[in-house]
Design a binder for this molecule. Structure first.
Ligand SMILES: [Zn+2]
Length: 50
């Protein structure tokens, strides 16, 4: 299980094997994460420029 790097909520992965570069959105806070590794799945928080 991967967790949101912003709020810590678990992020369900729908696909069995997401591709590197896929973006997963935290359902709890809406933070976007890019898949940077698939075995195991690792996510990197995409910080929005403000
Ligand atoms: Zn979150």
């Amino acid at each position: 299980m991967t967790n949101c790097q912003d709020c810590g909520a678990p992020i369900p992965i729908d696909e069995e094997m997401p591709d590197i570069g896929d973006v997963l959105v935290c359902s709890a806070c809406g933070a976007e994460h890019e898949v940077i590794s698939t075995d195991p799945v690792e996510l990197e928080l995409i910080e929005e420029e403000k």
